[in-house]
Structures are given as structure tokens and as C-alpha cells.
Design a protein around this ligand. Structure first.
Ligand SMILES: O=C(O)C1=C[C@@H](OP(=O)(O)O)[C@@H](O)[C@H](O)C1
Ligand SMILES: C=C(OP(=O)(O)O)C(=O)O
Length: 413
């Protein structure tokens, strides 16, 4: 059995930083993720005048319920969509003029439904170029609160940003959602708001967020379930290999742990315990049709092992993977074709067909960490796979290549 210690969750770390910054008092975050996305989030907060103390095992944030400590700031959000969507929303609750920009990759990604909703709530928000894209400036004067309608069919992060903002408004928010993808991420948000003292109500499709602010706390970050998917997938494609990830078990907040159910359906032996999850490769890997709307960050993981299944693997309802770090449906398809695998795609689906034995090739990463980490799993069984930009794993797991090489030594030799 190989035990793999997975770094902290990006999603939990980003939320915890927002909540800690907004809370009344000092919050300690234990086992935060240290990666480009989360360091970028922390530095964005520092740019807004928050005090963030960072040691390897714990981060400490002095909360400011009244908002940023500076009247003007220019914040660079790097590649992180949580940073680029959550921080302007946090800043809106303060008083000052705050400009936000992001990397070319993140500038291409949308946030129009969020900026529209903020404007509907009275926030003075201006784009420098295309509407609904960075760079943008928030001339913040606090947020009164009230009713707002939101389409979160492209990204749940729009809804998470507004939910997190709710307690910082003067009268609270009622957010009516017309469509929603990645729903489990909203459950993470609600659970973490509860840990910081706020209970969100539900009336059908309307989320009712009370005013009153957050309470500082000590918060332990779970290992990242999306990151764990590469290690679970590695076990599933290696007969006899067994991988255990401690810290992700029955009570885990992250929906992406559900990826192990997909592996179980394909033939892997999966045990989800109270505080750990184990996947064992049985030598059997069946094809399947699976809806991944709730867990689409693991779509590339599945696509990358699909060539080893004995039947077609069809992944449905993943249109929004086209607006992630890259167009992930096309990135997966073109890279699989480069390996000689037969693939078809549609607007919101991909189908990988069995037959050809994959051959080594250089993977085009499009600067997308998940393309690298996913095809690294393909590389366990197919020699000669390399990457044009292996370093882009820094977004969520700077130590990925070393950790994966260790695993390979253990399970393949
Ligand atoms: O809220 C979050 O932390 C995230 C939500 C998901 O995005 P979408 O809601 O845009 O699918 C996920 O893909 C992303 O990696 C992290
Ligand atoms: C989509 C992702 O990140 P984000 O949207 O937070 O930039 C991801 O990590 O796969």
C-alpha cells in the first residue's frame, strides 16, 4: 500500500482566506495550500492592506469586517479564478478604489454574470476592456444588500462570491439562482460560512444570507480532492497497486472525492473510510457513460486514463470545462489524438474509444496544470510522454512531479 499526502485544497484555502479577512478577529488556517493560486490570493489580500502571516504549516489573517485597510490598490490575480472573482467582491464591501488585473489566461475567462450582479446591487464597477473580463476597477462604498438574480450556469464561483459577500452587506442578500454548475462547490461555501458563524437559508432557488459579519476561528484545510484524483487514477490503471490518501474520507467537504465512485464503476476497488480513501487497481477497467457536471475538474483525469478502458468512455454535461484554464474538452481530445487514440467531442461531451494502444508524444499543455497532471497518469502505462510546459502545475501543486515520481517508483518500479 502506498500512502500519499496530498497538499491542502485550493478551494478551501481561497474561501478560508476570504472568510478570515472578513471576520472579526484573528483567524488561523492550518495546512493551507501553498501554490501559485493561493499565494496569489494571499498577496492580493496583502495588497488590499490585510495582514497575512505565513509559515509553512499555518497562515494567520487579521480580519477587517470594515473592508480593505487601504483606500487605493492595484491587485494582480495571476491565473486564479477564485482570486479574480472573490477578491473584487470582497473589495466591494469596503471603501476605496481598487483595480484588479490578471494573467492573459485569466483575462480570457469570463465573470460577466458576477459583475452584472454586483452592479445590480449598486456597486460601481468598471471594465477597462471587454465587459465581464479583467482588468476592472471597483469604486467601493459598501453594499446595502437586497435581492439579486444570478445565472451560475457557467461557473459556481459567481454564486460563491456573492454568498461570501452577503454577511458583509448592511441588510443581507437574497440570491435567486437560475442555473448552476459545479453545485458541490456551493455546498463547500455554505459549510465554511457556517464554520465562520453564518447560517445561509434556502427558499427554493433563493439563498438567503443574513447580515452581521463573520466570526474568526481556527480552520483546518482538507487535502485537495481534485489533486488526489491523479493518484487514485494511477492506482486504478496499475493492476495490484493500492493508493491511500489520508485526510479525505466520509466527512470530506469536496465533491471531487466523488471521482472515486467513477473509478469504482470502472472496476477499481474503492474504500472510503472515516478519514481516508483507498483505491486499488484490479486489472479491470470498463468503459462507461458518466455525467461530470458536478465534478468537472476531474474530467481530464478520466479522459487521460480512458484509453486503457476496454469500452468507450463518454463524459457528458461538461460544457463549462471549455472556459477553464484552457478549452479542456479540445485540449484533452487533441492530446489524445496525438497519442493515436480515437476521440470525438460535442458542445458538452467527449467520447474516448478503445482500440489503439497509445503511443508517446509531447503533450501541449496550454498552461493548464490539470492537463499536465492528468497525462502524467497516462504516462504510467505509455512511455515517451512529455510536456511543453511541465511547470504550470505550480497553479495548484508545485511539487507534483516529485510526488508523482515517488508514486511511480512505488507502484510501477
Ligand atoms: O469554487 C471553487 O473553488 C471552484 C469551483 C469550480 O469552478 P466552476 O464553478 O467555475 O466550475 C472548480 O472548477 C474550480 O477549480 C474551483
Ligand atoms: C478550474 C480550475 O481553477 P480556477 O477556476 O479556480 O482557476 C481548476 O483548478 O481546475
Amino acid at each position: 500500500m502506498t500512502r500519499v499526502d496530498i497538499p491542502g485544497s485550493k478551494s478551501l484555502t481561497a474561501r478560508a482566506l476570504f472568510l478570515a479577512a472578513a471576520a472579526d478577529g484573528v483567524t488561523t488556517l492550518r495546512r493551507p495550500l501553498r501554490s501559485d493560486d493561493t499565494e496569489g490570493f494571499a498577496e492580493g489580500l496583502i495588497g488590499l492592506g490585510y495582514r497575512v502571516g505565513r509559515t509553512p504549516d499555518a497562515w494567520q489573517v487579521d480580519g477587517r469586517p470594515q473592508g480593505p485597510a487601504v483606500r487605493e490598490a492595484d491587485v494582480y490575480c495571476r491565473d486564479g479564478a477564485t482570486t479574480a472573482r472573490f477578491l473584487p467582491t470582497l473589495a466591494a464591501a469596503g471603501h476605496g478604489t481598487y483595480r484588479f488585473d490578471a494573467s492573459p489566461q485569466m483575462r480570457r475567462r469570463p465573470l460577466l454574470p458576477l459583475t452584472r450582479a454586483l452592479r445590480d446591487l449598486g456597486v460601481d464597477l468598471r471594465h477597462e476592456g471587454a465587459e465581464g473580463h479583467h482588468p476592472l476597477t471597483v469604486a467601493a462604498a459598501g453594499v446595502e444588500g437586497g435581492d439579486v438574480v444570478l445565472d451560475a450556469g457557467q461557473s459556481s464561483q459567481y454564486l460563491t462570491a456573492l454568498l461570501l459577500l452577503g454577511p458583509l452587506t448592511r441588510t443581507g442578500l437574497r440570491i435567486t439562482v437560475t442555473d448552476l454548475v459545479s453545485a458541490p462547490y456551493v455546498e463547500i461555501t455554505l459549510a465554511m460560512m457556517r464554520a465562520f458563524g453564518v447560517e445561509v437559508g434556502r427558499e427554493g432557488d433563493t439563498y438567503v444570507v443574513p447580515p452581521g459579519g463573520y466570526r474568526a476561528t481556527t480552520y483546518e484545510i482538507e487535502p485537495d480532492a481534485s489533486t488526489a484524483s491523479y493518484f487514485f487514477a494511477a492506482a486504478a490503471v496499475t493492476p495490484g497497486a493500492e493508493v491511500t490518501v489520508p485526510g479525505l474520507g466520509e466527512g470530506a467537504l469536496q465533491g471531487d472525492l466523488g471521482f472515486v465512485d467513477v473509478l469504482r464503476r470502472m472496476g477499481a476497488r474503492v474504500t472510503v473510510g472515516a478519514d481516508r480513501t483507498t483505491v486499488r487497481g484490479t486489472g479491470e477497467l470498463r468503459g462507461l457513460t458518466v455525467n461530470m457536471r458536478d465534478i468537472s475538474d476531474t474530467m481530464p483525469t478520466l479522459a487521460a486514463i480512458a484509453p486503457y478502458a476496454c469500452g468507450p468512455v463518454r463524459i457528458e454535461d461538461v460544457a463549462n470545462t471549455r472556459v477553464k484554464e484552457c478549452d479542456r474538452l479540445e485540449a484533452c481530445a487533441s492530446n489524445l489524438r496525438r497519442l493515436g487514440v480515437e476521440v470525438a467531442t460535442g458542445p458538452d461531451w467527449i467520447e474516448i474509444r478503445p482500440g489503439a494502444t497509445p503511443e508517446g508524444a509531447e503533450i501541449t499543455t496550454y498552461g493548464d496544470h490539470r492537463i499536465v497532471m492528468s497525462f502524467a497518469v497516462t504516462g504510467l502505462r505509455t512511455p515517451g510522454i512529455s510536456f511543453d510546459d511541465p511547470g504550470c502545475v505550480r497553479k495548484t501543486f508545485p511539487g507534483f512531479h516529485e510526488a508523482f515520481a515517488e508514486l511511480r517508483k512505488d507502484i510501477v518500479g
